[in-house]
Design a protein around this ligand. Structure first.
Ligand SMILES: Nc1ncnc2c1ncn2[C@@H]1O[C@H](COP(=O)(O)OP(=O)(O)OP(=O)(O)O)[C@@H](O)[C@H]1O
Length: 252
């Protein structure tokens, strides 16, 4: 049986809008399993990013619990939560947010040094992680503006992976990329998952969603459905059909 990595109970998030409370997440009970590549899909405004930010500890919910094992992150104060995130989660954003004035290596190293105070070891880990996402050594001293969008995103993934987090969250990581560089980024995430990295990704894109072994569909702040696709197999028409049928059933 798969190990539950994250469990939410009655997770709710509301925003106040012009004096009215707007309930974006409604009593979500959810489990994320270790080693899975989980994709969250759903219509625009359904609450996908809000859910991702809540379960990653980047934002706090209004109600409910989010447990990593026996740690309920909703009970942590801001400092404890920052440390917890540093040690347990990596985040890949659509807008990659590399620091333009720092080299590729330094962008990754800056994250690595937050956890590993031994500079020599941190440099070694940053270099290994860049190589693992297929950023070659001759790129280490280049700056983000000398790289393509896809290369920058792979550096972004290296930054998310450098502290060996228990889970990597990705919010539309290919949203700003063309299909070729997007594919490279998806290949990088798929390879990280194949090596055991748990991934939770929000996407609108069916090609990206095919990388998952499990799809959750959010509608109007609730989980409307789940589709178990099983391990990723490129060009597997049965898997493609299963996902298409599921999305059709969900009204996507
Ligand atoms: N900080 C905020 N204040 C007020 N409303 C917000 C805030 N953040 C999100 N919302 C609202 O919550 C709803 C869900 O937003 P969210 O970004 O989670 O949706 P989404 O499913 O990721 O949408 P999309 O696919 O368009 O990115 C939207 O209606 C959004 O306007």
């Amino acid at each position: 049986m798969q190990k539950v990595l994250i469990q939410t109970k009655k997770l709710s998030k509301s925003f106040s809008n012009g004096g009215n409370l707007f309930h974006v997440l409604k009593n979500i009970d959810l489990e994320i399993y270790q080693g899975d590549f989980t994709v969250i899909m759903g219509p625009s405004g359904a609450g996908k990013s809000t859910l991702l930010y809540a379960i990653s500890g980047m934002d706090t919910p209004s109600l409910g619990s989010i447990c990593y094992g026996d740690i309920d992150i909703t009970k942590l104060n801001q400092n404890e939560l920052a440390l917890f995130r540093r040690d347990n989660s990596g985040f890949v954003f659509q807008s990659i947010y590399l620091i333009d004035s720092m080299s590729v290596l330094d962008n990754v190293l800056a994250s690595g040094l937050l956890k590993n105070k031994n500079k020599k070891e941190a440099v070694k880990k940053a270099k290994e992680t860049l190589l693992a996402v297929d950023i070659k050594e001759e790129y280490f001293n280049k700056f983000p503006n000398q790289l393509s969008g896809g290369e920058c995103q792979r550096v972004g993934i290296a930054r998310a992976l450098v502290n060996s987090p228990s889970v990597v969250f990705a919010d539309e990581p290919t949203g700003a990329l063309n299909s070729k560089t997007g594919k490279d980024v998806l290949d990088t995430l798929t390879e990280a998952n194949r090596l055991g990295q748990t991934i939770v990704m929000v996407t609108h894109d069916i090609t990206s969603a095919r990388r998952a072994n499990r799809i959750l569909y959010i509608k109007d702040g609730e989980i409307a459905g789940e589709c178990i696709l099983g391990p990723y197999i490129p060009h597997d028409s049965e898997r493609h059909q299963k996902l298409n049928d599921f999305l059709l059933e969900m009204g996507w």
